[in-house]
Structures are given as C-alpha cells and as structure tokens.
Ligand binder design. Structure first.
Ligand SMILES: C[S@@+](CC[C@H](N)C(=O)[O-])C[C@H]1O[C@@H](n2cnc3c(N)ncnc32)[C@H](O)[C@@H]1O
Length: 233
C-alpha cells in the first residue's frame, strides 16, 4: 500500500506550504533572527508569537519524514505537538496516524490565523479526522489536557520555541505515558534557549533517556522513563 504521504491531495498541500515558506521566509526569517539577536529580555509567549507571526517556519522536509516514520513505528494513540504553524508537520503526523488506522494528534498554536490555515490544510490533505488543532498557549492547554483527551500522551513533538520547551515538557509530564517518545527540534539552532530543556532531559533522575542528533538544526530524542500518573496507561 502506498503511504498517505504520497496521495495527490496530501502532496499538493505539503508542496504548497513548502513553496509559500520558501517565498515568505526568505524575507521574514532574516528580520526575525535580527529581532532575536537584539532581544535581551526573556520572551513571553504572546510577544514571541507576534514576532514570528508573518513567517511560516515549517520544519524541514526531512523532519516531516522522520515524524511520519516515528509515528508509524510507535503507533501512538495520542500525539501532542507544540507549534502547529501552517500544519506542515501536523499533516505528516496525521497522515501516519491515518496509515496506522488509529490515533489522534492534538496540535497547539497561539496564533489564530495559523490555526485556521492548518485546519484547512489538514482537511485538504484528507487527514483532518486524525487531528485536532487547538488555539491556545501550550502550557495552558496542557494544564487542562485531561479534559480534552482521556488517554496519556505517547508521542510529544516540540517545535514551538526552544525557550519554552522546558515549561512545556514539565506541563506535559503528568500526561506522558511511561515510555513516551519526546522529539524536540532546533536544539542547536536556538542552543541558548534550548539549554535548560536539554539539561532537564539529559539528567536521568528526571526520568529520561536522551540523545542529541546533529541534523544542521539539532534535535533531541528522549524516552520518558518516569512513572505515568495517568490511570489509562
Ligand atoms: C516553528 S513554528 C512551528 C512549525 C510547525 N511545526 C511546522 O513544521 O509546520 C512555531 C510555532 O509555535 C507557535 N508558538 C510559539 N510559542 C507558543 C506557545 N507558548 N504556545 C503556543 N504556540 C506557540 C508560534 O505561533 C509558531 O507558529
């Protein structure tokens, strides 16, 4: 069977997002990086989301494929994504869930317009049945996660903003299944922001086995070895 990733509808959506990102981010990314360089105070989520509102900032295609292969292999019932943007990675994850025949992605972004576009993209790609786009701040959404989903999180994907990864993973920990896979992107691209997160997941006493991978931007793969506090795991 051919993967959903290669269906005409899914390919058209992913190619369109990638083409728009190339066009828009060529202009927007240098401006954002300059703003980040000049910034001395810590970002609040609202300030950061406003600062990157005009760009796409989708993950590279290789990360999309990696998420697809990971979700096919792990066969998670529940996936949580921090940072939806226009849904490039969400479409990869939802396509893998569709090919698994089960599972649900909860993907969160504070930017309303990006969430609306991501919902359209998931629908056009024919995978919207497997994904719910939630407009909100990631830590706040995780604080009420049991009201959204009765299952523990089997697969956590962090692609929002590295400075917030530690807060987000801590907010996710009560909902992680023991053995859950945690994938964090841009850990070298935004090394200073990611440092507290890496220190946390690389300390075995915090309940992780973790490895850093150099792909040009840096990614960290971790297994949560802590005890799940969710009853359904
Ligand atoms: C790098 S982009 C995500 C790219 C997306 N995963 C993809 O590959 O298409 C980061 C997104 O995280 C969102 N974001 C950043 N901080 C957030 C927070 N604290 N809560 C919710 N969304 C946040 C931004 O609005 C932005 O759209």
């Amino acid at each position: 069977m051919t993967s959903s990733l290669f269906s005409a509808d899914t390919r058209a959506v992913l190619d369109a997002i990638a083409a728009e990102q190339d066009r828009v981010d060529a202009v927007e990314q240098p401006k954002l990086l300059d703003t980040i360089r000049r910034r001395t105070a810590p970002w609040t989520p609202t300030e950061l989301v406003a600062a990157c509102s005009s760009g796409y900032y989708a993950a590279p295609a290789a990360i999309g494929r990696m998420l697809y292969t990971g979700v096919r292999a792990v066969r998670p019932r529940t996936v949580f994504e921090f940072g939806t943007a226009y849904g490039f990675t969400a479409v990869h994850i939802a396509a893998a869930l569709k090919d698994n025949g089960a599972g649900k992605l909860y993907t969160v972004d504070l930017h309303e317009g990006k969430c609306a576009a991501a919902r359209d993209h998931l629908k056009e790609a024919g995978v919207d049945e497997y994904a719910e786009v939630i407009t909100g701040e990631a830590v706040e959404v995780l604080s009420v996660f049991p009201a959204l989903c009765a299952e523990p999180i089997d697969f956590l994907y962090l692609d929002g903003w590295a400075d917030f990864y530690l807060d987000v993973v801590r907010a996710a920990e009560p909902h992680l299944r023991s053995g859950a896979l945690v994938h964090a992107d841009d850990t070298e691209k935004f090394a200073a922001g990611a440092r507290p997160y890496l220190d946390h997941v690389r300390e075995p006493a915090n309940g992780y086995v973790s490895v850093g991978i150099t792909d040009g931007q840096g990614l960290e793969l971790s297994t949560f070895t802590g005890r799940s506090v969710r009853t359904s795991s």
